[in-house]
Write a protein that binds this ligand. Structure first.
Ligand code: TXA
Ligand code: MG
Length: 328
């Protein structure tokens, strides 16, 4: 993950954000599409660039804990515990919002998503952005993943340029993203902690810090509309196939143009099948997942078959994204 953006580029990006522009920037999870979270006109440009529904709330990225009270109306002890354990890092906390947080950021809900990202370029940009300028206080950058709505999140600066082109005013290059899938989202706005989106930080790790289980969303949990069933998806139909059934499925699809993403080795003697080997361990698998899906999608195959990874603790985030990418 070589951080290639220069100090001058980062300062220019911060100036663009202060002026109401859009910046693509690296985080340790995926690239974000950032705008000044306190400027509704700037935030509106995010929705336009992504083609994203207006009621989908955005995560506000801040440089440090001291900025949290500007966005969160209530910071419960559980938030301090999780922040101490995992920030800066791939965790988003949903907290009761502070007065004055724009509706366009919260999707009109009474909560706000907050995160201190772990990528050095993101942190430098957020620090350069924060402060007073021309009578306006800047403290948080609203940023969804820098992809068109419903599509695969970008994990390189090149993906952002390919996906959004002239719709962004600048893209900071921070190399390929370490984690590779979006942050774990935990709702702490009510009495019981709830996992809204799995990620690299696992339910077990969160429970260990909180000393209590983190539950699945119930009917009263805040909506996380980005957690839609069909999301993170390539254009090519993608099917998740249990490892033991892969060979039979390939045989059944003989004659079609096929791409495969599998932890298993390619069987010998395969013809006309593009086989993408995936790392066996979850960290490597997640790190490469979206770039692999983009590569396979670009081959214009009839079908992408993905060997289903194990459904075991630690793989929740990867399995969640694969399920949403699949057309089953
Ligand atoms: O890793 C990440 O989280 C990346 C990087 C750029 O930080 N961002 C990201 O943003 O994945 P996005 O917008 O693609 O996904 C954010 C998710 C959505 O599902 C959204 O509904 C949910 O967070 N969310 C944001 N604010 C929320 C809130 N107040 N209540 C419930 N869900 C919220
Ligand atoms: Mg997204």
């Amino acid at each position: 993950m070589p951080a290639t953006a220069t100090k001058a580029e980062i300062e220019r990006a911060a100036a663009i954000l202060r002026a109401g522009g859009l910046v693509g920037f690296p985080t340790e999870t995926v690239y974000g599409l950032g705008a000044d979270a306190s400027n509704p006109a700037a935030v509106a440009r995010i929705f336009a660039a992504k083609g994203r529904p207006q009621d989908h709330p955005l995560i506000v990225h801040v440089a440090g804990m001291e900025l949290l009270p500007l966005w969160a109306g209530e910071i419960p002890p559980a938030a301090h515990k999780l922040a101490a354990a995992f920030w800066p890092g791939p965790l988003t906390l949903i907290l009761k919002r502070a007065d004055g947080v724009p509706d366009c950021v919260t999707g009109g809900q009474d909560t706000v998503g907050l995160r201190i990202p772990g990528h050095p370029v993101a942190l430098e940009m957020l620090k350069a952005f924060a402060g007073e300028a021309r009578g306006r206080r800047h403290s948080g950058v609203a940023a969804p993943s820098a992809n068109k709505f419903g599509r695969i999140s970008p994990t390189t600066a090149e993906h952002v340029r390919a996906e959004l082109g002239a719709a962004v005013d600048a893209v900071l290059d921070g190399g390929d993203c370490d984690v590779g899938i979006e942050s774990t989202i935990v709702d702490l706005s009510r009495a019981r902690a709830v996992l809204l989106r799995p990620g690299q930080i696992t339910p077990a790790q969160i429970a260990a810090v909180l000393g209590a289980e983190v539950g699945p969303p119930d009917a009263a949990a805040p909506r996380a509309p980005g957690a839609l069933e069909s999301h993170y998806a390539p254009r090519t139909p993608l099917h998740l196939v249990p490892a033991a059934e892969l060979t039979a499925r390939l045989a059944a699809l003989r004659g079609r143009k096929l791409a495969v993403l599998a932890r298993a080795e390619a069987p010998s003697g395969l013809k006309d099948i593009y086989w993408q080997a995936a790392p066996r361990a979850v960290a490597g698998y997640a790190h490469e997942l979206y770039a692999s899906l983009r590569r396979l999608d670009d081959l214009d195959c009839d079908v992408i078959l993905v060997e289903a990874p194990p459904a075991v603790p630690g793989w929740e985030g990867v399995n969640d994204r694969l399920r949403r990418a699949s057309s089953d």
